[in-house]
Design a protein around this ligand. Structure first.
Ligand code: ATP
Ligand code: MG
Length: 453
């Protein structure tokens, strides 16, 4: 204890207090009517009760960049209990580090108490808050406003905005970096990546999504430290991957991940896929399509996205199974299971998306059948739309003849008589085979999973 205290005195930690820059409206130009009323009210109320309180993090960054923040975080000196007591519509969440959700109308503001940096001295004293690579495992102490700024990742993410006074409080030069469109790590970049390797992925995501250039010192250690992503818990990697996929800039994000050598950690299969030009074209089209949908305010289904990312793996396994003599449908089902088992685990794709992915893939084989009653049955399949969009991507990437996509596009939109005319005539042998009563199921038939719904 005493040793730790003296250590702090000698290292100057107790006396160091960085002076922030106070940036006035005429410089930052954040229009107050762009700021959420709920965030303003939350800060105002806390300040009236004697607690400094600011909008912080990504919302300040996005306001300065002229965008509309998707959510607001507020940082304050008040403890979670104090915040909870001030706002009637609020609740404390989180166990490790407790936050308060303050609700107004449909909006929720996340209020956190200023947090301190993880203390290296505590590690020496046997309090193991980092692992052997320097990754921070515990990070849950309250701190000062200055410490709160220092523990954040990039300068542009570490600004405080006081919506009552209309000032930005800037400890690390974030406002200047925003102006220069620079993404700069606070502190020593290599050490900060070791503390939390996810920051490497965040760097790429912010650069891609906000059009920032990663400053040289911040960028340099990434290639060398990329392997540290292997130590990050899968669930965190998955969350970060979802943020990238849904950022509206995933196509650019993936290009940059590859450039920085980071995709092994997040999308390990991309290497294999991108070796084949068809696979690369398909995945990039799927990602561009996702970006477009997000930027138009449409929804995207994670199942569809993962089905796209893994499609060329499925195709390869499907062909391999057919080459072993397995029939088309069972071969596809074997391939799907195999890919889901191996790749879904690597990507930590939650099981709940598996069913959607399988539906979309299985429909691809069924689209080839354009005879008899089957095309009608397919039209009412609950995943028809997703399956058809997927088919269109395959056509656009020239994996298959675009004629098939065009046929299905017409078949959906036309009247019953034209549909009947469009049907491909069955060969007599094929139609006879279909009419034959069902035999007992073969034991190896993974095809039993196909639902005709
Ligand atoms: P967005 O929400 O648009 O992805 P954001 O910057 O708000 O961007 P969040 O993950 O919501 O990102 O985090 C809020 C803030 O918390 C960040 O702006 C940053 O200051 C801090 N932060 C988040 N993750 C880290 C991290 N891994 N290391 C250090 N600080 C972080
Ligand atoms: Mg955020």
């Amino acid at each position: 204890m005493i040793r730790r205290f003296l250590g702090k005195v000698f290292s100057g930690k107790l006396f160091k207090s960085g002076q922030p820059k106070i940036i006035p409206f005429k410089t930052h130009r954040i229009a107050s009517d762009h700021v959420s009323r709920c965030a303003l009210k939350t800060c105002e109320t806390l300040q009236q009760q004697g607690h400094p309180a600011y909008v912080v993090g990504g919302a300040v960054r996005d306001l300065l960049l002229g965008g509309i923040p998707k959510d607001y975080d507020v940082a304050t000196s008040a403890t979670p209990e104090q915040v909870r007591a001030i706002f009637r519509r609020s609740r404390i969440i989180g166990r490790r580090f407790r936050l308060v959700h303050v609700m107004c109308g449909a909006e929720t503001i996340e209020v956190s108490t200023f947090r301190g940096t993880a203390d290296a001295d505590a590690v020496e004293d046997g309090d193991h808050s980092t692992d052997e690579h320097g990754r921070i495992l515990r990070d849950n102490v309250f701190g000062s406003m200055e410490e709160d700024a220092r523990r954040r990742d990039f300068t542009v993410n570490a600004m405080f905005y006081d919506p009552v006074r209309g000032e930005v409080i800037d400890y690390h030069g974030g406002v200047a970096d925003i102006k220069a469109k620079k993404l700069r790590m606070i502190g020593d970049p290599a050490q900060r990546y070791r503390e939390d390797p996810i920051r490497m992925l965040r760097a790429v995501r912010f650069a891609a999504a906000r059009g920032l250039e990663i400053e040289t010192r911040t960028r340099k250690p990434i290639k060398e430290l990329a392997g540290l992503l292997l130590n990050v818990p899968k669930a965190r990697l998955f969350d970060e991957m979802m943020k990238l996929l849904l950022s509206g800039h995933v196509a650019e994000g993936v290009r940059r991940l590859r450039k920085e050598g980071l995709h092994h950690g997040v999308l390990p299969l991309l290497d294999v896929i991108f070796e084949q030009p068809l696979g690369e074209r398909f995945v990039m089209l799927a990602l561009e399509n996702t970006d477009q949908r997000i930027n138009e305010g449409k929804t995207v289904s994670p199942g569809f996205l993962f089905a796209s990312l893994l499609w060329h793996e499925v195709l390869a396994a499907w062909k391999a199974a057919e080459a072993r003599g397995v029939h088309m449908m069972p071969a596809l089902f074997q391939a799907m299971d195999q890919v889901l088992q191996v790749q879904a685990e690597k990507l930590a794709i939650p099981r709940r998306y598996g069913a959607d992915m399988k539906d979309i893939w299985a429909l691809q084989a069924r689209f080839t059948n354009r005879a008899g009653r089957r095309p009608w049955q397919l039209l009412v399949h609950p995943r028809f739309r997703a399956g058809f969009d997927f088919l269109q991507l395959r056509c656009a990437s020239r994996e298959i003849d675009p004629e098939l996509g065009a046929w299905w596009e017409k078949f959906q939109d036309t009247d019953e008589a034209t549909r009947a005319e469009m049907l491909v005539k069955d060969s007599p042998a094929a139609s006879k085979k279909r009419r034959r009563p069902r035999r007992k199921k073969k034991p190896a038939a993974a095809a039993t999973e196909i639902s005709d719904a």
